[in-house]
Design a protein around this ligand. Structure first.
Ligand code: HEM
Length: 438
Protein backbone atom coordinates (compact mmCIF):
# COMPACT_ATOMS: atom_id res chain seq x y z
CA UNK A 1 0.00 0.00 0.00
CA UNK A 2 1.35 3.47 -0.91
CA UNK A 3 2.28 5.44 2.17
CA UNK A 4 2.70 8.93 0.87
CA UNK A 5 0.72 11.09 -1.48
CA UNK A 6 2.53 12.59 -4.46
CA UNK A 7 4.15 16.01 -4.10
CA UNK A 8 3.87 18.83 -6.65
CA UNK A 9 7.23 20.51 -7.28
CA UNK A 10 8.41 23.69 -5.58
CA UNK A 11 7.90 25.63 -8.83
CA UNK A 12 4.35 24.31 -9.14
CA UNK A 13 3.82 25.41 -5.54
CA UNK A 14 4.98 28.91 -6.40
CA UNK A 15 2.52 28.97 -9.30
CA UNK A 16 -0.29 27.56 -7.15
CA UNK A 17 0.34 30.21 -4.49
CA UNK A 18 0.38 32.99 -7.10
CA UNK A 19 -2.52 31.82 -9.27
CA UNK A 20 -4.88 30.22 -6.75
CA UNK A 21 -3.92 31.29 -3.20
CA UNK A 22 -3.02 34.93 -3.75
CA UNK A 23 -5.93 35.97 -6.05
CA UNK A 24 -8.35 34.71 -3.39
CA UNK A 25 -6.70 36.97 -0.84
CA UNK A 26 -6.16 39.96 -3.17
CA UNK A 27 -9.84 40.07 -4.16
CA UNK A 28 -10.81 40.22 -0.50
CA UNK A 29 -11.60 37.04 1.38
CA UNK A 30 -14.73 38.42 2.99
CA UNK A 31 -15.65 41.70 1.33
CA UNK A 32 -14.79 41.61 -2.36
CA UNK A 33 -12.88 44.69 -3.46
CA UNK A 34 -14.80 46.05 -6.45
CA UNK A 35 -11.90 47.54 -8.41
CA UNK A 36 -9.75 44.48 -7.88
CA UNK A 37 -12.52 42.04 -8.72
CA UNK A 38 -13.24 43.97 -11.92
CA UNK A 39 -9.57 43.97 -12.89
CA UNK A 40 -9.29 40.28 -12.11
CA UNK A 41 -12.50 39.66 -14.07
CA UNK A 42 -10.82 41.17 -17.14
CA UNK A 43 -7.63 39.17 -16.70
CA UNK A 44 -7.88 35.45 -17.28
CA UNK A 45 -6.94 34.88 -13.59
CA UNK A 46 -9.58 32.25 -12.90
CA UNK A 47 -8.81 30.61 -16.23
CA UNK A 48 -5.12 30.39 -15.27
CA UNK A 49 -6.06 28.94 -11.88
CA UNK A 50 -8.27 26.34 -13.57
CA UNK A 51 -5.59 25.36 -16.08
CA UNK A 52 -2.95 25.06 -13.38
CA UNK A 53 -5.04 22.77 -11.16
CA UNK A 54 -6.17 20.77 -14.22
CA UNK A 55 -2.51 20.12 -15.09
CA UNK A 56 -1.62 19.24 -11.51
CA UNK A 57 -4.54 16.84 -11.19
CA UNK A 58 -3.57 15.11 -14.43
CA UNK A 59 -0.03 14.71 -13.19
CA UNK A 60 -0.55 13.87 -9.52
CA UNK A 61 -4.26 12.96 -9.10
CA UNK A 62 -6.81 11.51 -8.79
CA UNK A 63 -5.69 10.84 -5.19
CA UNK A 64 -4.99 13.84 -2.94
CA UNK A 65 -1.57 15.41 -3.53
CA UNK A 66 0.66 17.84 -1.71
CA UNK A 67 1.11 21.34 -3.05
CA UNK A 68 2.99 24.22 -1.51
CA UNK A 69 0.95 27.31 -0.52
CA UNK A 70 3.35 29.98 0.62
CA UNK A 71 5.78 28.31 2.99
CA UNK A 72 3.65 25.26 3.85
CA UNK A 73 2.48 22.18 1.99
CA UNK A 74 -1.26 21.54 1.88
CA UNK A 75 -3.17 18.51 0.64
CA UNK A 76 -5.28 19.30 -2.43
CA UNK A 77 -8.32 17.07 -3.07
CA UNK A 78 -10.16 16.67 -6.36
CA UNK A 79 -11.82 13.24 -6.23
CA UNK A 80 -15.47 13.20 -5.04
CA UNK A 81 -14.78 10.28 -2.66
CA UNK A 82 -11.97 12.19 -0.93
CA UNK A 83 -14.07 15.36 -0.83
CA UNK A 84 -16.81 13.32 0.85
CA UNK A 85 -14.34 12.06 3.46
CA UNK A 86 -13.33 15.62 4.33
CA UNK A 87 -16.67 17.42 4.16
CA UNK A 88 -18.43 14.43 5.73
CA UNK A 89 -15.86 14.71 8.54
CA UNK A 90 -16.25 18.46 9.12
CA UNK A 91 -15.92 20.14 11.56
CA UNK A 92 -14.32 17.15 13.28
CA UNK A 93 -11.64 15.98 12.55
CA UNK A 94 -11.53 18.39 9.58
CA UNK A 95 -11.99 21.74 11.30
CA UNK A 96 -13.17 24.63 9.18
CA UNK A 97 -11.13 27.31 10.93
CA UNK A 98 -7.76 27.45 9.17
CA UNK A 99 -5.65 30.35 10.36
CA UNK A 100 -6.45 32.87 7.62
CA UNK A 101 -10.22 32.31 7.88
CA UNK A 102 -10.27 32.49 11.69
CA UNK A 103 -8.10 35.60 11.79
CA UNK A 104 -10.21 37.34 9.14
CA UNK A 105 -13.59 36.38 10.55
CA UNK A 106 -12.50 37.46 14.03
CA UNK A 107 -12.88 41.06 12.77
CA UNK A 108 -16.63 40.85 12.24
CA UNK A 109 -17.89 37.53 13.62
CA UNK A 110 -15.50 36.06 16.19
CA UNK A 111 -18.16 33.63 17.49
CA UNK A 112 -19.31 32.43 14.04
CA UNK A 113 -20.62 28.88 13.62
CA UNK A 114 -18.35 28.26 10.66
CA UNK A 115 -15.17 28.75 12.75
CA UNK A 116 -16.50 26.90 15.82
CA UNK A 117 -15.39 23.42 16.85
CA UNK A 118 -16.68 20.49 18.93
CA UNK A 119 -19.58 21.01 21.34
CA UNK A 120 -19.64 24.73 20.68
CA UNK A 121 -20.17 24.08 16.98
CA UNK A 122 -22.96 21.56 17.76
CA UNK A 123 -24.66 24.09 20.07
CA UNK A 124 -24.55 26.92 17.51
CA UNK A 125 -25.47 24.61 14.64
CA UNK A 126 -28.62 23.39 16.45
CA UNK A 127 -29.62 27.02 16.99
CA UNK A 128 -29.07 27.94 13.32
CA UNK A 129 -30.90 24.87 11.96
CA UNK A 130 -33.89 25.52 14.20
CA UNK A 131 -34.36 29.18 13.26
CA UNK A 132 -33.46 28.75 9.58
CA UNK A 133 -35.66 25.64 9.20
CA UNK A 134 -32.75 23.71 7.63
CA UNK A 135 -33.92 20.63 5.76
CA UNK A 136 -37.62 21.54 6.06
CA UNK A 137 -39.49 21.50 2.74
CA UNK A 138 -40.79 25.01 3.47
CA UNK A 139 -39.84 27.52 6.17
CA UNK A 140 -42.65 28.37 8.59
CA UNK A 141 -42.41 32.06 7.60
CA UNK A 142 -42.14 31.33 3.88
CA UNK A 143 -45.27 33.34 3.00
CA UNK A 144 -43.87 36.47 4.66
CA UNK A 145 -40.48 35.96 3.00
CA UNK A 146 -41.94 35.44 -0.49
CA UNK A 147 -43.99 38.64 -0.15
CA UNK A 148 -40.87 40.56 0.92
CA UNK A 149 -38.83 39.18 -2.02
CA UNK A 150 -41.57 40.11 -4.50
CA UNK A 151 -41.71 43.65 -3.05
CA UNK A 152 -37.98 44.04 -3.74
CA UNK A 153 -38.38 42.67 -7.28
CA UNK A 154 -41.12 45.26 -7.86
CA UNK A 155 -38.83 48.02 -6.60
CA UNK A 156 -36.20 47.03 -9.17
CA UNK A 157 -38.76 46.63 -11.94
CA UNK A 158 -39.75 50.25 -11.25
CA UNK A 159 -36.25 51.52 -12.15
CA UNK A 160 -36.22 53.75 -15.24
CA UNK A 161 -32.68 52.68 -16.18
CA UNK A 162 -30.77 49.39 -16.43
CA UNK A 163 -30.06 47.65 -13.13
CA UNK A 164 -26.53 47.42 -11.70
CA UNK A 165 -25.22 45.10 -9.01
CA UNK A 166 -25.33 47.97 -6.52
CA UNK A 167 -29.09 48.30 -7.13
CA UNK A 168 -29.65 44.58 -6.61
CA UNK A 169 -27.38 44.54 -3.56
CA UNK A 170 -29.24 47.45 -1.93
CA UNK A 171 -32.57 45.64 -2.46
CA UNK A 172 -31.23 42.41 -0.99
CA UNK A 173 -29.72 44.19 1.98
CA UNK A 174 -33.16 45.65 2.75
CA UNK A 175 -34.84 42.28 2.17
CA UNK A 176 -32.28 40.69 4.50
CA UNK A 177 -32.90 43.19 7.28
CA UNK A 178 -36.65 42.55 7.00
CA UNK A 179 -36.31 38.74 6.87
CA UNK A 180 -33.70 38.40 9.62
CA UNK A 181 -34.38 41.33 11.97
CA UNK A 182 -37.93 42.43 11.12
CA UNK A 183 -39.73 45.38 9.59
CA UNK A 184 -38.33 47.79 12.23
CA UNK A 185 -34.91 47.25 10.61
CA UNK A 186 -36.10 47.87 7.04
CA UNK A 187 -34.31 51.21 6.67
CA UNK A 188 -31.41 50.58 9.04
CA UNK A 189 -28.76 51.01 6.34
CA UNK A 190 -26.31 52.13 9.04
CA UNK A 191 -26.25 48.58 10.39
CA UNK A 192 -25.52 47.19 6.91
CA UNK A 193 -22.79 49.79 6.34
CA UNK A 194 -21.19 49.00 9.67
CA UNK A 195 -21.10 45.30 8.84
CA UNK A 196 -19.55 46.15 5.45
CA UNK A 197 -16.78 48.14 7.13
CA UNK A 198 -16.06 45.33 9.55
CA UNK A 199 -15.93 42.78 6.72
CA UNK A 200 -13.50 45.00 4.84
CA UNK A 201 -11.38 45.08 8.01
CA UNK A 202 -11.53 41.26 7.97
CA UNK A 203 -9.61 41.20 4.67
CA UNK A 204 -6.55 42.29 6.65
CA UNK A 205 -6.91 39.23 8.92
CA UNK A 206 -6.49 41.10 12.22
CA UNK A 207 -7.19 38.07 14.46
CA UNK A 208 -9.40 40.15 16.78
CA UNK A 209 -12.69 42.05 16.59
CA UNK A 210 -12.32 45.25 14.54
CA UNK A 211 -13.30 48.68 15.82
CA UNK A 212 -17.09 48.92 15.68
CA UNK A 213 -17.76 45.23 16.38
CA UNK A 214 -19.24 45.88 19.84
CA UNK A 215 -21.56 48.46 18.31
CA UNK A 216 -22.72 46.04 15.60
CA UNK A 217 -23.31 43.34 18.19
CA UNK A 218 -25.29 45.73 20.42
CA UNK A 219 -27.44 46.95 17.53
CA UNK A 220 -28.35 43.39 16.53
CA UNK A 221 -29.03 42.54 20.17
CA UNK A 222 -31.61 45.32 20.31
CA UNK A 223 -33.55 43.75 17.43
CA UNK A 224 -33.29 40.32 19.06
CA UNK A 225 -34.67 41.80 22.31
CA UNK A 226 -37.75 43.09 20.44
CA UNK A 227 -38.58 40.07 18.26
CA UNK A 228 -40.73 40.48 15.14
CA UNK A 229 -43.14 37.54 14.65
CA UNK A 230 -42.83 37.88 10.87
CA UNK A 231 -39.01 37.62 10.90
CA UNK A 232 -36.33 35.18 12.07
CA UNK A 233 -35.96 37.10 15.35
CA UNK A 234 -39.49 35.87 16.13
CA UNK A 235 -38.25 32.25 16.20
CA UNK A 236 -35.25 32.78 18.44
CA UNK A 237 -36.70 32.27 21.93
CA UNK A 238 -38.06 28.83 21.01
CA UNK A 239 -34.75 27.68 19.42
CA UNK A 240 -32.21 25.58 21.34
CA UNK A 241 -29.42 27.76 22.74
CA UNK A 242 -27.05 28.13 25.67
CA UNK A 243 -25.03 30.89 27.26
CA UNK A 244 -22.26 30.11 24.74
CA UNK A 245 -24.42 30.42 21.59
CA UNK A 246 -24.05 34.20 21.33
CA UNK A 247 -27.24 34.80 19.34
CA UNK A 248 -26.37 38.25 17.87
CA UNK A 249 -23.00 36.81 16.81
CA UNK A 250 -24.79 34.07 14.83
CA UNK A 251 -27.07 36.53 13.03
CA UNK A 252 -24.07 38.36 11.57
CA UNK A 253 -23.34 35.45 9.22
CA UNK A 254 -26.98 35.35 8.10
CA UNK A 255 -26.92 39.08 7.33
CA UNK A 256 -23.94 38.97 4.98
CA UNK A 257 -24.78 35.62 3.36
CA UNK A 258 -28.30 36.78 2.45
CA UNK A 259 -27.41 40.42 1.81
CA UNK A 260 -24.18 40.03 -0.22
CA UNK A 261 -23.59 36.43 -1.31
CA UNK A 262 -27.13 35.70 -2.50
CA UNK A 263 -27.51 38.79 -4.76
CA UNK A 264 -24.05 38.15 -6.27
CA UNK A 265 -25.29 34.73 -7.37
CA UNK A 266 -28.61 36.12 -8.59
CA UNK A 267 -26.86 38.80 -10.66
CA UNK A 268 -25.03 36.04 -12.54
CA UNK A 269 -28.27 34.08 -12.94
CA UNK A 270 -29.91 37.18 -14.43
CA UNK A 271 -26.98 37.56 -16.83
CA UNK A 272 -27.48 33.99 -18.04
CA UNK A 273 -31.24 34.42 -18.39
CA UNK A 274 -30.58 37.55 -20.46
CA UNK A 275 -28.16 35.74 -22.79
CA UNK A 276 -29.75 32.28 -23.11
CA UNK A 277 -33.11 32.79 -24.78
CA UNK A 278 -34.12 29.11 -24.63
CA UNK A 279 -33.41 28.89 -20.90
CA UNK A 280 -35.27 32.16 -20.29
CA UNK A 281 -38.22 30.82 -22.31
CA UNK A 282 -38.49 27.68 -20.18
CA UNK A 283 -38.14 29.71 -16.97
CA UNK A 284 -40.79 32.17 -18.12
CA UNK A 285 -43.29 29.47 -19.07
CA UNK A 286 -42.77 27.81 -15.69
CA UNK A 287 -43.87 30.92 -13.80
CA UNK A 288 -46.35 32.34 -16.34
CA UNK A 289 -49.56 33.31 -14.57
CA UNK A 290 -48.12 32.29 -11.19
CA UNK A 291 -48.18 34.49 -8.11
CA UNK A 292 -44.64 34.57 -6.75
CA UNK A 293 -45.92 35.68 -3.36
CA UNK A 294 -47.67 32.30 -3.14
CA UNK A 295 -45.51 29.74 -1.36
CA UNK A 296 -46.61 26.77 -3.50
CA UNK A 297 -45.98 28.65 -6.72
CA UNK A 298 -42.50 29.61 -5.53
CA UNK A 299 -41.60 26.07 -4.45
CA UNK A 300 -43.00 24.76 -7.75
CA UNK A 301 -40.54 26.89 -9.77
CA UNK A 302 -38.00 24.06 -9.82
CA UNK A 303 -36.43 24.96 -13.18
CA UNK A 304 -35.77 28.46 -11.87
CA UNK A 305 -34.14 26.90 -8.80
CA UNK A 306 -32.01 24.83 -11.19
CA UNK A 307 -30.96 28.05 -12.94
CA UNK A 308 -29.76 29.58 -9.66
CA UNK A 309 -27.92 26.40 -8.65
CA UNK A 310 -26.30 26.15 -12.06
CA UNK A 311 -25.07 29.76 -11.98
CA UNK A 312 -23.59 28.95 -8.56
CA UNK A 313 -21.84 25.87 -9.95
CA UNK A 314 -20.35 27.85 -12.82
CA UNK A 315 -19.26 30.82 -10.72
CA UNK A 316 -18.95 29.71 -7.08
CA UNK A 317 -18.73 32.61 -4.63
CA UNK A 318 -16.40 30.51 -2.44
CA UNK A 319 -13.68 29.50 -4.89
CA UNK A 320 -11.48 27.69 -2.38
CA UNK A 321 -12.29 25.75 0.83
CA UNK A 322 -9.75 25.20 3.56
CA UNK A 323 -9.81 22.65 6.35
CA UNK A 324 -7.28 21.85 9.03
CA UNK A 325 -6.87 18.47 10.74
CA UNK A 326 -7.50 18.72 14.48
CA UNK A 327 -5.95 15.28 15.07
CA UNK A 328 -3.80 12.74 13.20
CA UNK A 329 -5.73 11.11 10.36
CA UNK A 330 -5.17 7.92 8.36
CA UNK A 331 -6.27 8.09 4.70
CA UNK A 332 -7.45 5.16 2.61
CA UNK A 333 -3.99 4.76 0.99
CA UNK A 334 -2.62 4.13 4.47
CA UNK A 335 -0.87 7.44 4.91
CA UNK A 336 -1.19 9.15 8.27
CA UNK A 337 -1.15 12.94 8.19
CA UNK A 338 -0.55 14.83 11.44
CA UNK A 339 -2.81 17.22 13.31
CA UNK A 340 -2.46 20.69 11.80
CA UNK A 341 -2.37 19.42 8.18
CA UNK A 342 -4.04 21.89 5.81
CA UNK A 343 -6.55 20.46 3.32
CA UNK A 344 -7.77 22.38 0.26
CA UNK A 345 -10.76 21.91 -2.03
CA UNK A 346 -10.69 24.09 -5.14
CA UNK A 347 -14.34 24.56 -6.04
CA UNK A 348 -13.66 26.45 -9.23
CA UNK A 349 -11.70 23.50 -10.65
CA UNK A 350 -13.99 20.77 -9.32
CA UNK A 351 -17.13 22.47 -10.59
CA UNK A 352 -15.66 22.83 -14.09
CA UNK A 353 -13.59 19.64 -14.30
CA UNK A 354 -13.77 19.06 -18.06
CA UNK A 355 -12.51 15.50 -17.77
CA UNK A 356 -15.30 14.47 -15.42
CA UNK A 357 -18.25 16.87 -15.85
CA UNK A 358 -19.75 16.53 -19.36
CA UNK A 359 -21.55 19.89 -19.07
CA UNK A 360 -18.57 21.60 -17.38
CA UNK A 361 -18.71 24.94 -19.24
CA UNK A 362 -22.34 24.95 -20.38
CA UNK A 363 -25.41 26.22 -18.54
CA UNK A 364 -27.39 23.06 -17.72
CA UNK A 365 -30.16 23.71 -15.16
CA UNK A 366 -31.80 20.38 -16.01
CA UNK A 367 -28.88 18.60 -14.33
CA UNK A 368 -30.38 19.89 -11.04
CA UNK A 369 -34.02 19.15 -11.84
CA UNK A 370 -33.69 15.70 -13.42
CA UNK A 371 -29.98 14.83 -13.35
CA UNK A 372 -27.58 13.81 -10.60
CA UNK A 373 -25.88 17.15 -9.89
CA UNK A 374 -27.53 17.55 -6.49
CA UNK A 375 -25.87 14.36 -5.22
CA UNK A 376 -22.41 15.20 -6.56
CA UNK A 377 -19.96 16.02 -3.74
CA UNK A 378 -17.76 17.79 -6.26
CA UNK A 379 -20.20 20.73 -6.38
CA UNK A 380 -19.72 22.70 -3.21
CA UNK A 381 -21.05 26.22 -3.62
CA UNK A 382 -23.23 25.38 -0.58
CA UNK A 383 -20.76 22.75 0.68
CA UNK A 384 -21.95 19.26 1.74
CA UNK A 385 -22.09 17.18 4.91
CA UNK A 386 -22.71 18.23 8.52
CA UNK A 387 -21.28 21.70 7.93
CA UNK A 388 -23.13 22.32 4.66
CA UNK A 389 -24.87 25.69 4.40
CA UNK A 390 -27.87 25.67 6.78
CA UNK A 391 -29.38 28.63 4.88
CA UNK A 392 -29.28 27.00 1.43
CA UNK A 393 -33.03 26.25 1.29
CA UNK A 394 -33.92 29.78 2.33
CA UNK A 395 -31.47 31.34 -0.14
CA UNK A 396 -32.91 29.37 -3.07
CA UNK A 397 -36.50 30.08 -1.99
CA UNK A 398 -35.89 33.84 -1.84
CA UNK A 399 -34.09 33.65 -5.19
CA UNK A 400 -36.99 31.77 -6.80
CA UNK A 401 -39.59 34.28 -5.56
CA UNK A 402 -37.49 37.24 -6.65
CA UNK A 403 -36.44 35.91 -10.07
CA UNK A 404 -39.90 34.48 -10.78
CA UNK A 405 -41.39 37.93 -10.43
CA UNK A 406 -38.67 39.54 -12.58
CA UNK A 407 -38.87 36.91 -15.32
CA UNK A 408 -42.66 37.19 -15.38
CA UNK A 409 -42.43 40.92 -16.05
CA UNK A 410 -40.81 40.60 -19.49
CA UNK A 411 -37.60 40.10 -21.40
CA UNK A 412 -34.20 40.70 -19.80
CA UNK A 413 -31.45 42.42 -21.79
CA UNK A 414 -27.77 42.95 -21.06
CA UNK A 415 -27.08 46.67 -21.60
CA UNK A 416 -23.45 46.55 -20.52
CA UNK A 417 -21.16 43.62 -19.93
CA UNK A 418 -18.87 41.11 -21.59
CA UNK A 419 -20.02 39.10 -24.61
CA UNK A 420 -20.21 35.49 -23.59
CA UNK A 421 -20.19 32.28 -25.59
CA UNK A 422 -22.94 29.99 -24.21
CA UNK A 423 -21.01 26.96 -25.51
CA UNK A 424 -17.92 27.84 -23.46
CA UNK A 425 -18.83 30.03 -20.51
CA UNK A 426 -15.98 32.06 -18.95
CA UNK A 427 -14.47 31.13 -15.59
CA UNK A 428 -15.22 34.56 -14.14
CA UNK A 429 -18.23 36.81 -14.59
CA UNK A 430 -17.67 40.28 -13.16
CA UNK A 431 -20.92 41.41 -11.57
CA UNK A 432 -19.70 45.01 -11.26
CA UNK A 433 -19.31 45.29 -15.04
CA UNK A 434 -22.93 44.29 -15.75
CA UNK A 435 -25.98 46.39 -16.46
CA UNK A 436 -29.22 44.56 -17.15
CA UNK A 437 -32.54 46.06 -18.18
CA UNK A 438 -35.50 44.30 -16.63
C1 HEM B 1 -26.37 32.08 -2.22
C2 HEM B 1 -26.18 32.26 -0.94
C3 HEM B 1 -25.26 31.41 -0.08
C4 HEM B 1 -24.11 30.73 -0.41
C5 HEM B 1 -23.42 30.65 -1.76
C6 HEM B 1 -23.65 30.09 0.81
C7 HEM B 1 -22.53 29.26 0.88
C8 HEM B 1 -22.10 28.63 2.02
C9 HEM B 1 -20.94 27.76 2.09
C10 HEM B 1 -20.07 27.39 0.90
C11 HEM B 1 -20.80 27.37 3.37
C12 HEM B 1 -19.70 26.44 3.92
C13 HEM B 1 -18.47 27.24 4.26
C14 HEM B 1 -17.33 26.35 4.73
O1 HEM B 1 -17.59 25.27 5.27
O2 HEM B 1 -16.17 26.77 4.61
C15 HEM B 1 -21.84 28.00 4.13
C16 HEM B 1 -22.01 27.87 5.48
C17 HEM B 1 -22.92 28.57 6.19
N1 HEM B 1 -23.97 29.35 5.69
FE1 HEM B 1 -24.32 29.75 3.76
N2 HEM B 1 -24.50 30.39 1.83
C18 HEM B 1 -25.50 31.20 1.33
C19 HEM B 1 -26.58 31.70 2.02
C20 HEM B 1 -26.76 31.57 3.36
C21 HEM B 1 -27.86 32.13 4.10
C22 HEM B 1 -29.02 32.89 3.47
C23 HEM B 1 -27.64 31.84 5.41
C24 HEM B 1 -28.46 32.19 6.62
C25 HEM B 1 -29.61 32.82 6.61
C26 HEM B 1 -26.39 31.09 5.50
C27 HEM B 1 -25.81 30.65 6.67
C28 HEM B 1 -24.67 29.86 6.73
C29 HEM B 1 -24.06 29.43 7.99
C30 HEM B 1 -24.53 29.81 9.39
C31 HEM B 1 -22.97 28.61 7.64
C32 HEM B 1 -22.00 27.91 8.60
C33 HEM B 1 -22.41 26.44 8.74
C34 HEM B 1 -21.52 25.64 9.65
O3 HEM B 1 -20.33 25.96 9.76
O4 HEM B 1 -22.01 24.68 10.26
N3 HEM B 1 -25.90 30.94 4.23
N4 HEM B 1 -22.64 28.74 3.28
Amino acid sequence: MALDFKHASVLEGVRFTAQVGVPNVVQGLFRKREAVVSAVGKLPADHLAYRLVEGLERKYGPDPFWVRVGAEEALLLTHPEDIEVVLGGSPSPFASDPDAKRKGMAAFQPTALTISRGNLWADRRAFAESVLGTGQPVHQLAAEFAAAAVAEADALLGLDRPMTFDDLNACFQRLTRVVVLGTAAEDDTELTDLLGQLMAAGNKMPGEPAKGYDELHARIEQYVAAPDPTALTGLITSAPQSAATDVPGQLIHWLFAMGDTLPANLMRTLMVLATHSKVAGVARSEVAGKDMADVEDVVGATYLAGCILEAMRLWPTTALFGRVLEEDFRWKNGQKTPAGTQVLIHNLFNHRNRARVPYADRFSPEEWTSGTAADDWRFNFFSHGPQGCPGAGMAIFLGQAFLGRVVNAGELKVRKGPRIDPGRLPYALDIYALEISL
